[in-house]
Design a protein around this ligand. Sequence first.
Ligand code: SAH
Length: 207
Amino acid sequence: MQKQTLLKHWKDQNLFQEKYLQAFKKVKRENFILKNYQNEAYEDIPLPIGFNQTISQPSTVMIMTQTLEPEVNSKILEIGTGSGYQAALLSLLSPKGKIFTTEIIQELAEFAKSNLKEYENVQVLNIDGSKGYKEESPFDRIIFTCAIPKIENFILEQLRDPGILIAPIGDKISQEMIKITKKDLQLKKENLGYFAFVPLKGKYGFK
Ligand code: SAH
């Protein structure tokens, strides 16, 4: 599939607001995937990025991005940098904000850093993101791009009020996408359907 075809398909279905389509248009997904898969850059499928990890399929990234509602100056924490593609989209949508993205596999953190060179408001951290990133908290937005067993309270504490968190929660096979909105000390929870992500590792990840 061509990039234009995928965009037209989304437009016809009226799935995403224009600003998200524009961000998708700008980021070159082909620059975030391995050479062997270049021809498949705009197929709506996940692709291997090495180390048993994947870059999520474009429509999933778009759904998560739109659900996260990044604002111009949002301070965002991502757990699971992978290729850096999700962080690149967020960078364009929050140009006056800052994206802190954490990756536990050193080689992938390096891969993402080189892919994200031109995205100046993104910082890639080679750390265990299952603990969040207290040093820079609170965050306006928190996004898990790997499956998590549950949301730990200390993660919710790293989310600003008001703030939005999104995470695929479940077991290693399938997860429900959960959106948590924090406002006036209250937490509101919404379910967005089922997805399949690679599992969170590290201290608070799957054993
Ligand atoms: N957002 C990525 C795709 C993420 S795949 C993209 O746009 O390409 C999930 C990633 O989470 C993998 O790279 C995996 O290594 C990473 N991961 C798993 N456990 C982690 C942890 N505890 N801390 C940080 N990253 C983790």
